[in-house]
Design a protein around this ligand. Structure first.
Ligand code: ZN
Ligand code: ZN
Length: 370
């Protein structure tokens, strides 16, 4: 695993810094101060909870405190590591030492009181708001990131048979979630990517119905939305299992949801607008008469954050580009009756896309429990 070995990961981190420097607006600031910890990790490999990265057009620093100096010296290559009691004051000191007067800060991740603190501790510097500079680089995944996320998807695939065996009538949703989280961890995940959704019967109509104390019953559909976390990354997948005796209505919405999932995936290729991908799924569900029961976007990016850019929705401004990773997850939710969602993670290639979760079955026959 590349991300497991700082020496192997170093060239990727270096490329990410080069790409971020290329995207930064150097006419507006002399240094970019990165305080979002996901972005700090992306640029340096540092996984601690106290770190600030300073980037100029030719240099990079990681400032951290004494708790992390050893960890930083092991994880971070090609970046100057400075230990400081006060990270922002240290940032200010570097700026004045280097003659940098204008400092870009990550406005999307800074609270009003953070900003006041920055102004106090970096007196003399002019703080310039920036937006999504590192996030723009993060949109396109590299080989190191794909290796980690492919592994995190495979781990779900390997646990799918076990998941199936847990869905029997009488089992509590939250017990199923506990068992599956343990199974993921035993296979090498750091934990769940998010609070697992196990939603059976009428609870399936709640798009975010986290596992409850309800027992699975015969004749119900059970939606499992789960993911694994590891090396800082995430996976995200949803399958809806169908108990013996499930209603024709649920079977019908399963069929429609699967068609929407497959048609949207089929539409993904470089250059296609993500609003169009959303439209493909949405129009299919609408034509079948369930448009009002599909109340969320078709998908979202996945990476260092479980939900990140790009959005796949009618409001999306983004086009698919090779290297992007996002989900396709249409769903139909019938209040009081139940719901179906089918979610796959997609990697955009030069010619079209690769379904990262393609080995996880989703045909209606394969989701029928006996
Ligand atoms: Zn999900
Ligand atoms: Zn998702």
């Amino acid at each position: 695993m590349i991300l497991h070995d700082p020496r192997k990961a170093a060239p990727y981190m270096e490329k990410r810094r080069v790409e971020t420097i290329r995207r930064a607006d150097w006419a507006s600031y002399d240094a970019l101060m990165v305080t979002n910890l996901k972005n700090v990790r992306y640029l340096t490999g540092f996984s601690g909870t106290a770190g600030v990265v300073a980037l100029t057009q030719s240099e990079a620093w990681l400032i951290t405190d004494f708790r992390y100096t050893t960890q930083a010296s092991e994880q971070v290559i090609g970046v100057k590591v400075e230990e400081a009691k006060d990270l922002l004051a240290a940032m200010g000191a570097i700026a004045s030492r280097m003659g940098m007067k204008r400092i870009g800060f990550e406005a999307d991740h800074v609270t009003v009181s953070n900003l006041q603190e920055m102004e106090k501790k970096m007196e003399g510097a002019q703080l310039v708001p920036t937006s999504a500079v590192v996030e723009a680089a993060r949109l396109v995944k590299d080989e190191a990131e794909m290796e980690a996320m492919d592994r995190l998807v495979d781990l779900l695939e390997e646990s799918m048979g076990y998941a199936r065996s847990l869905m029997r009538p009488g089992a509590l949703e939250r017990d199923i979630a506990i068992e599956l989280e343990t199974a993921m961890r035993k296979r090498g995940a750091d934990g769940s990517a998010f609070e697992m959704i196990v939603a059976s019967g009428a609870r399936g109509a709640l798009p975010h119905g986290v596992a409850s104390a309800k027992a699975v019953e015969e004749g119900e559909a059970v939606t499992l939305d789960w993911g694994a976390r590891g090396w800082g990354y995430h996976s995200d997948n949803t399958r809806t299992f169908l108990q013996r005796g499930v209603s024709d209505k649920i079977k019908e919405i399963y069929k429609v949801t699967l068609e929407a999932n497959e048609a949207a995936i089929e539409a993904v290729r470089p250059g296609v607008s993500l609003a169009q991908v959303d439209h493909v799924a949405r129009s299919l569900i609408t034509r079948a008469g369930y448009g009002e029961y599909f109340g969320h976007g078709t998908g979202h990016g996945v990476g260092l954050d479980i939900h990140e850019a790009p959005k796949v929705s009618s409001a999306s401004q983004e086009e698919a580009r090779p290297g992007m990773v996002f989900t396709i997850e249409p769903g139909i939710y019938l209040p009081g009756q139940g719901g179906v969602r089918i979610e796959d993670m997609i990697f955009v290639t030069e010619k079209g896309c690769r379904v990262m979760s393609q080995r996880i079955d989703k045909s209606m026959e394969s989701m029928m429990l006996d």
